[in-house]
Write a protein that binds this ligand. Structure first.
Ligand code: IPM
Ligand code: MG
Length: 362
């Protein structure tokens, strides 16, 4: 029996309701496997702006650092109507997320895109394209590139000019590449490194360093792919991919695309890790303010993120397996939230989905 301390950031929009369901599942894990999870709720994003005027305070960062791991829902609101978006860019909800990623040095973002056989009908691709299905792991660099480069908006000769800079150092590329090859060894031993080396200097350096790292992993196959081609290949033949290794912005875009072909963006979990066991776990999707509080959101991505937390930060593999199996079981039993619904299944809301998954952990 062990005690784990988990920082929980429900956030905005559907965040609180999906995190509630993930906690329900974790509580069941605790009961069955005789652990205790203590939770400490922290404010981030719009929820923090409403209380503190900023999307992330130093106290919150310090509290997150002290925990064994952080479980997060989602942050942000409707960008056209929410007052949060009247604030300067560095005080809007998303700035909190970027700040915590940087402050905790969470450079490795793992986003698994796996097609459950039960969800074939929810996948927008044609049957012959799906083939035997796919199991992709996107390894996205998370603390560099365009997201963290210098930026400015200024006037030049009376005209507005805006600038964002894309910078990568060889050390930043090397450490994420190592992660990509390490995880490939536990999978099907193939890394597709995605860049735009036909245009960008940062991509040419990326390619060079990835090749250097690859020489330490002769048992792993490396291929390079340009990002535009990768966007196309994901919907042409997703089964070809194992680990997709890529920089921050490309990973942001490709992971949304990959999630859609798993049936719904509501299925894609993620882990953001640093050099230690510590990590922040969140669904890859956003806060969906349009359906917030309506019991419509799919909690599975958050529940699967909690499973990743059990596996990577708490070293509880058996418990993580149990959660993943329970999710599969619920899908097999025909329960679906609205986003993954297909004819012949039973439609359930957010809370019922969480309960059904928790019940299957025994
Ligand atoms: C994601 C999100 C974030 C990102 C936003 C909310 C800043 O889209 O985690 O993919 O772009 O990284
Ligand atoms: Mg994104």
């Amino acid at each position: 029996m062990k005690n784990y301390h988990i920082a929980v950031i429900p956030g905005d929009g559907i965040g609180p309701e999906i995190v509630r369901e993930a906690r329900k599942v974790l509580d069941q894990v605790a009961k069955v496997y005789h652990h205790t999870f203590t939770y400490e709720e922290l404010l981030m994003g719009g929820a923090s702006i409403d209380v503190h005027g900023v999307p992330l305070t130093d106290e919150t960062i310090a509290a997150a650092k002290k925990a064994d791991a952080v479980l997060m829902g989602s942050i942000g609101g409707d960008t056209t109507t929410s007052p949060w978006y009247q604030l300067p860019a560095d005080r809007r909800p998303e700035a909190g997320l970027l700040k915590i990623r940087k402050a905790l040095n969470l450079f490795a973002n793992l986003r698994p895109a796996y097609l459950y056989t039960e969800l074939r009908k929810a996948c927008p691709l044609r049957d012959e394209v799906i083939g035997d299905g796919f199991d992709i792991l996107i390894m996205r660099e998370l603390t560099g590139g365009l997201y963290f480069g210098d930026r400015s908006t200024r006037q030049v000769d009376g005209k507005w000019v805006a600038e964002d800079t894309l910078t990568y150092s060889e050390d930043e590329i090397r450490r994420i590449a190592v992660r990509g090859f390490e995880v490939a060894r536990k999978r099907r031993r193939k890394v597709t490194s995605v860049d735009k080396a036909n245009v960008l200097d940062s991509s040419r350096l990326w390619r060079k360093i990835v090749e250097e790292v690859a020489s330490d992993y002769p048992d792993v196959t490396l291929e390079h792919m340009l990002v535009d081609n990768c966007a196309m290949q994901l919907v042409r033949d997703p089964g070809q991919f194992d680990v997709v290794l890529t920089e921050n912005m490309f990973g942001d875009i490709l992971s949304d695309e990959a999630s859609m072909i798993t049936g719904s963006i509501g299925m894609l979990s993620s882990a953001s890790l640093n050099e230690t066991r510590f990590g922040l776990y969140e669904p890859s999707h956003g806060s969906a303010p349009d359906i917030a509080g309506k019991n419509l959101a799919n909690p599975i991505a958050t529940i699967l993120s909690a499973a990743m937390m059990l596996r990577y930060s708490l070293d509880l593999d058996q418990e993580a397996d149990a959660v993943e199996k329970a999710v599969k079981q619920v899908l097999q039993d025909g329960y679906r939230t609205r986003d993954i619904f297909s004819e012949g299944c039973e439609k359930v809301g957010t809370d019922r989905m969480g309960t059904l998954i928790a019940q299957r952990i025994q």
